[in-house]
Design a protein around this ligand. Structure first.
Ligand code: EPZ
Length: 417
C-alpha cells in the first residue's frame, strides 16, 4: 500500500505546468475505436486511469504505444467485447466504449463500469440515449451489452445534465444514419473537447457550447493527431492548495476561460491573480475570509470535483463556509476524514458547513480522487505531520502529485509498504 507523509505549515511557492485533462482524454481514448486508423493524443497525462483505459483498448484489440507524452492508438482490428470485465470496474469511463463500439460495429459489451464512490452512479441516461438511437441495451450485474443492426439519428432530450451520457450519445451518433439532435446535454469543457476531437476525426458535430448538439452521421471517420487540453480541475486544485497555505503559485498552461467560477470564489476569499497568456500568477498572501456560500453545479457553475479541495481551503479561512453539493448525493467522504485533522465541519443533507479550524496532523485515508487531494491540501496547512493512505485514488487523476508539490516547496514523500 502507498501513502504520503506530509509535514504541514510551509508556504508554497513556485511554478507548476498543468497536466493534460483526465476527463477530456478518457472519452477521446474511447472515441478512437470509431475509426480503423491511428489517433495520436499529444500531452496525454500519465495517470492510472489513462493506463487502465489503455489496457481496455488493448484488450479490445487496439495497438498502443507511447512516445514521450504522446499516446498512439491504432484501431485497425477491434472486437466488440471487453473480455477483461474486471478492468471496466476500475473506472467510470469504460461505459463510453458502449457508444463508440456501437458506432463502429453495432455491438459493444463491457463489464459493470466503476468510478469513484461519490454516489450511486446510475446509467439510466446512457441507456436511454443509446436506445433512442435504435440500440438494444441489456444490463446485468456483470455488465452492459448494447447492439444495433442499424443506428438511426433521433432527437434526444436529457432530463438532467450528464457528462458521461452526453458523451456516450455523441459517440454512438457520429456514425448513425441521419441527424441526431441532443438537447439538455452537458456543456462541460470535456464534452466540448470531445466534439472538437471528433471533428478532427471527420465527424459532423456542432452546437456543443450551447448545450444543444447537432450531429450528422458519417459513414466512416479517420485517424488524427490531437493535443490534449490542460486539466481545469487539476488547475483548480493547485489554486486552492496555494490558497490554503497562503502561497504564491505560478501555473503554466491554465485554461483560465474554463475556471471563471473557481477564480471568482478565489477572489472572494482574498486571492489575487493576474493572467499572462496561458500563465496564471496567483498570490494568496491576502487570502483569509470565508466565502459564505458556494453551490456546486454543472458547467459553467462551480465544479463538483473541486468541492472537497474547497472545503480543505475553507478550514483555514475566518468565518463559516457553506457548500451545497447538488451533483452527487454522497460526495462527503473527505469531510469525515478532515474531521480527524480537527476540521470543524458539519454535514446537513446536501449542505456542508466548514468553519475556521486548527488543523493538526493525523492519520487519514483517501476514499476518492478529489477527496484525496483535499486531504493533502489540509495536511499542507496543518501543524505537524500527516499520513494520507490509499493514495492510489489520487494517482488516478493527478500526475506526479508529490513531485509537483515538492517543486512548490512542500515537504511530502511517498512511502510504499
Ligand atoms: C463526469 O462523471 C466526471 N468523470 C466526474 O469527475 C464529474 O464529477 C462528473 O462528470 C460531473 O461533472 C469523468 O468525466 C470521467 P454525470 P459522470 O453523468 O459522467 C446522474 C473526477 O473526479 N446520472 O455528469 O459519471 C449522476 O448520478 C470525476 O474526475 C444519472 O442519474 O457524471 C450524477 O448525480 C468524479 N443517470 C449526475 O447525473 C445517468 O445515467 C451527474 O453525473 C448518469 C448520471
Amino acid at each position: 500500500m502507498k501513502k504520503y507523509q506530509i509535514t504541514g505549515g510551509l508556504p508554497l511557492s513556485g511554478k507548476i505546468r498543468i497536466q493534460g485533462s483526465k476527463n477530456a482524454v478518457l472519452p477521446m481514448m474511447a472515441a478512437s475505436v470509431l475509426q480503423k486508423e491511428t489517433v495520436e493524443l499529444k500531452g496525454c497525462p500519465k495517470i492510472s486511469d489513462v493506463f487502465c483505459m489503455e489496457k481496455m483498448l488493448q484488450s479490445l484489440g487496439a495497438q498502443t504505444a507511447w512516445e514521450g507524452d504522446t499516446l498512439q492508438i491504432c484501431c485497425r482490428e477491434i472486437s466488440g467485447e471487453l473480455p477483461e470485465t474486471r478492468l471496466a470496474g476500475k473506472l467510470r469511463s469504460s461505459i463510453l466504449f458502449l457508444g463508440s463500439l456501437l458506432g463502429r460495429s453495432g455491438y459493444g459489451r463491457i463489464g459493470s463500469p466503476g468510478g469513484c464512490s461519490i454516489g450511486r452512479r446510475p446509467t439510466d441516461l446512457h441507456e436511454m440515449a443509446l436506445r433512442a438511437l435504435g440500440a438494444g441495451v441489456t444490463k446485468t450485474e456483470n455488465g452492459i451489452t448494447a447492439y444495433a443492426g442499424k443506428l438511426s439519428g433521433n432527437h434526444i432530450r436529457f432530463p438532467k445534465s450528464s457528462v458521461g451520457a452526453t458523451e456516450n450519445a455523441i459517440l454512438a451518433a457520429v456514425c448513425a444514419e441521419g441527424t441526431t439532435v441532443l438537447s439538455g446535454c452537458a456543456r462541460e469543457p470535456e464534452v466540448q473537447w470531445l466534439c472538437r476531437f471528433l471533428r478532427r476525426m471527420g465527424a459532423s458535430v456542432e452546437g456543443e457550447s450551447r448545450g444543444c448538439v447537432i450531429i450528422r452521421g458519417q459513414k466512416r471517420l479517420h485517424g488524427c493527431t490531437f493535443q490534449v487540453p490542460p486539466d481545469r480541475i487539476a488547475a483548480g486544485t493547485w489554486i486552492l492548495a496555494g490558497a490554503a497555505v497562503r502561497g504564491a503559485v505560478e501555473l503554466d498552461r491554465v485554461p483560465v476561460e474554463e475556471l471563471e467560477t473557481v477564480l471568482k470564489v478565489y477572489r472572494k476569499m482574498g486571492g489575487q491573480y493576474r493572467v499572462s497568456g496561458d500563465k496564471l500568477f496567483t498570490d494568496s498572501s491576502r487570502v483569509g475570509r470565508a466565502v459564505p456560500y458556494v453551490e456546486t453545479e454543472s458547467y459553467p457553475g462551480f465544479p463538483t470535483d473541486l468541492q472537497s479541495p474547497l472545503l480543505a481551503a475553507a478550514a483555514t479561512l475566518s468565518g463559516k463556509t457553506i457548500v451545497r453539493e447538488t451533483v452527487f448525493e454522497d460526495r462527503f467522504a473527505a469531510v469525515r476524514e478532515l474531521r480527524k485533522m480537527g476540521a470543524r465541519t458539519q454535514i446537513r443533507g446536501p449542505l456542508i458547513e466548514m468553519e475556521k479550524s486548527r488543523l493538526r496532523g493525523a492519520q487519514v485515508a483517501a476514499g476518492d480522487l478529489r477527496g484525496g487531494a483535499a486531504l493533502v491540501i489540509a495536511a499542507l496547512a496543518a501543524e505537524g505531520n500527516t499520513e494520507v493512505e490509499q493514495v492510489q485514488y489520487i494517482e488516478r487523476g493527478y500526475e506526479r502529485f508529490p513531485e509537483q508539490l515538492q517543486q512548490l516547496g512542500a515537504r511530502i514523500r511517498m512511502i510504499e509498504e
